[in-house]
Design a protein around this ligand. Sequence first.
Ligand code: ATP
Ligand code: MG
Length: 418
Amino acid sequence: MVDLLPAQISIWQHIEAVAREHFRRAAVQEIRTPLLEVTELFARGIGEATDVVGKEMYTFLDRGERSCTLRPEGTASAVRAVIEHGLLSQGPQRLWYGGPMFRYERPQAGRQRQFHQIGLELLGVADARSDVEAIAIAWDLLADLGVGGLALELNTLGSPDDRIRYRERLVAWLEAHRDGLDPDSQARINTNPLRVLDSKVPQTQATLAAAPPLAASLSAESRARFEQVQAGLAALEIPVQLNPRLVRGLDYYSHTAFEITSSQLGAQATVCGGGRYDGLVQQLGGPPTPAIGWALGMERLVLLLAQMPAAAAAGAPAPLDLYVVSRGEAAEALVLPLARQGRAAGLAVECDTSGAAFGKQFKRADRSGARFAAVIGDAEAAAAEVVLKDLRQHQAEQRLPIAALVDWLVQQRAGGSA
Ligand code: ATP
Ligand code: MG
């Protein structure tokens, strides 16, 4: 688990601000659910046979002997909340969430045990256009952030019936080709056979080249639906790479499955993953409700944007307007009232309350990145004035009445840095 230090935080805030704005424009509202849920929610929602539930969850007994789990993903919690509060009776829900998720994985670049996601869930819409809209929101958000080398990989998992039919064919085929599979994949044949397709082991991938494709088990309806999604994406000029091997790790997906990758990430290339999960709401005790969603990994996005100077600069915080330097009892008494007045007027003000020598305080003023320093010594305090230094343009100092300083700085800022 990783600390996010002040020097890294501006890029996070930038991503969050851009995401929030994209969601606002798309009429998507935020939902915040607890980090802790009863374990059963994930076991039932995500599926016992998945990696996430099988080996990645942080699960413990609380003092009431209930099994609790730190959320490994956001969809099950969002769906639980929507059901619990009857939100679907008000019509389709367009929701987003953001925050930490927890998975007990082997930590490496772009993979942590506490990581952060931003996710979208569109609940109550079955039409292929909602798949297209959900994908477009993710694509446009990533493009707007300036992420390079984006690719959208798309597949369909078909209807639950298609999947059952395909699963039978696949299990039979995998059994017959067991020797060509790695041990992990062999173990999955009967628990989660579709996941075998997703194996990263080269030998297994070579074996799978001859496996029956899911496409051959699709009903005509599922095929038509998949074509609608592709046509919708083409109409939005979002390029698609069909990937018949893309199955996604969680059990609840049907029809559309997709991932957005970036060629600028290393081994952990997937920034965003999602798909349709029409069965989940009902499985968790709600009314039958079609749904589609995605989640993007913040850490991977931050890794990508940190490589791009333009994006990093866009995330840089606005500099301080004023740093107040003071020395002597009368001067020091004026500092906090001045800072407070400036802050109330919208200025960013830091004051040095160290009582150190002027030289030391000046050094800190320079390091602070502030545009101006206001200096108050005994003489200034007696005259109710400040000496104002321009820390960036090194023009001559000027004297201003303390009472006029905040207005002067506000005007200065409105006029730009001229
Ligand atoms: P992967 O195959 O990389 O493990 P996943 O299929 O488990 O991904 P999802 O559950 O779809 O991932 O989560 C969506 C996104 O969240 C991923 O595409 C990735 O960007 C991010 N993510 C998932 N797990 C982690 C993690 N442990 N650390 C950092 N980011 C993660
Ligand atoms: Mg994973």
